[in-house]
Design a protein around this ligand. Structure first.
Ligand SMILES: Nc1nc2c(ncn2[C@@H]2O[C@H](COP(=O)(O)OP(=O)(O)OP(=O)(O)O)[C@@H](O)[C@H]2O)c(=O)[nH]1
Ligand SMILES: [Mg+2]
Length: 379
């Protein structure tokens, strides 16, 4: 998995910049022997900002930049000179990225749309220079404010693909084949289980007017919720889908039973998945004749709409796309908004932990200014 380009999980260390110190300085000019205080303010520290960017599909680019640090504000100086503000750091992430605390697993925030910006670690404010502290009784304050400290946090970014329809089925059910037929995606297809090892997305065209996004995820087997097969690691990618398209092949021993098993595994993973609209497609129906199809239809579960399809002969494919489109438009609300994130169980997550998350040495400008400081608390 570590070789893969599909990176949907990354842990990073992020830090905002601290505010620059306010300056203690007095006007010194020829002919003005007792100039007043003219210490300028420190610059503000840079913030760390998360920004949704639809040009990214994975978190791969962040794998190579796992220490993300905004710039510190510079100190103020004499003649009311304001310190430079620290540079902001923007972390570009795909839409559908969820942020958790790297130490507690607590949910922090998620990115829902392209261009959305979340100031996630605010830079420290710059300290005020001594010019601000001149009073009637103290014309020459020898103190200024230090900058506010930086904020730091270890975070885990996790990606949930934003597809409208998610494919759910046992390995070999024909999920990838369907995606390759209804979209331009070219997933790997083969006659053995677990051909698909990572999710892929395709854009489905409906009657040349509408489009929606379909996600192909690795096959699920009985016991997946206990870690069998590829486990349920990829199920989080269908948490955001509005519709779950279950696929059971026509040559399955018991279609209704296979559907039940899939449903059961999903429930164990997250019961809220059952609130989603479900459709059952009997795949590989080119293997059935009309009579057999009728007989099978009798035994199918009654609580879910079904259709017979074949990716090879294209039987039922247009009907399937029409039905998916119709159901997508029936959705009362967009599911993205309704997701309640559980804290992440850090013990259960697999991280390639060859990375040093310790705090890097601070390359701060030298703090050799020796003067009384005014704390922010006393403001
Ligand atoms: N006869 C027939 N065979 C099909 C059809 N769709 C897929 N297959 C075959 O079924 C096998 C599995 O197809 P895949 O699309 O790789 O199945 P999958 O569900 O993606 O499997 P995993 O990735 O392992 O979970 C391949 O040999 C396909 O050629 C179909 O409509 N009719
Ligand atoms: Mg596949």
């Amino acid at each position: 998995m570590s070789e893969s380009n599909f990176v949907d999980y990354v842990k990073i260390y992020a830090r905002s910049g601290k505010g620059g110190r306010g300056s203690v300085h007095f006007r010194r000019e020829k002919y003005i022997p007792f100039g007043g205080p003219d210490g300028g303010d420190g610059g503000d520290g840079g913030s760390v900002i998360l920004r949704g960017n639809r040009n990214y599909w994975t978190l791969l680019h962040l794998k190579y930049e796992r220490h993300i640090m905004a710039g510190h504000g510079s100190s103020g100086s004499g003649r009311l000179s304001h310190g430079k503000n620290g540079e902001n750091k923007i972390i570009e992430v795909p839409v559908g990225t969820v942020v958790f605390d790297g130490e507690t697993g607590e949910f922090i925030t998620d990115i829902k749309y392209d261009g959305q910006e979340i100031v996630f670690l605010k830079g420290g404010r710059g300290g005020k220079g001594n010019n601000h502290f001149k009073t009637a009784t103290n014309q020459a304050p020898k103190y200024a404010q230090p900058g506010e400290p930086y904020q730091e946090r270890r975070i885990i970014l996790q990606l949930k693909l934003l597809a409208d329809v998610g494919l759910v089925g046992f390995p070999n059910a024909g999920k990838s084949t369907l995606l390759s037929v209804v979209s331009a995606a070219k997933p790997k297809i083969a006659n053995y289980p677990f051909t698909t090892l990572e999710p892929s997305l395709g854009i489905v065209n409906v009657r040349d007017v509408h489009t929606f996004v379909m996600a192909d995820i690795p096959g699920i087997i009985e016991g997946a919720s206990e870690g069998k097969g590829l486990g349920l690691r990829f199920l989080r990618h269908i948490e955001r889908n509005s519709i779950l398209l279950f696929m059971v092949p026509a040559d399955a021993n018991d279609i209704a039973k296979e559907y039940e098993i899939l449903l059961n595994e999903l429930t164990k993973y997250n019961p809220e998945l059952l609130d989603k609209k479900r459709i059952l497609a009997i795949s590989k129906s080119d293997m059935l004749d009309e009579e057999l199809e009728k007989a099978l239809a009798e035994e199918l579960p009654k609580d879910v709409p079904f259709l017979f399809i074949s990716s090879i002969t294209h039987k039922g494919i247009v009907k399937l796309k029409d039905l998916l489109w119709k159901e997508l438009n029936n959705q009362q609300f967009h599911d993205t908004e309704s997701i309640v994130y559980k804290p992440m169980d850090l013990k259960l997550t697999e991280v390639d932990d060859d990375f040093d998350y310790s705090i890097p040495e601070d390359d701060d400008e030298n703090d050799d200014l020796n003067y009384d400081e005014i704390d922010w608390e006393n403001e």
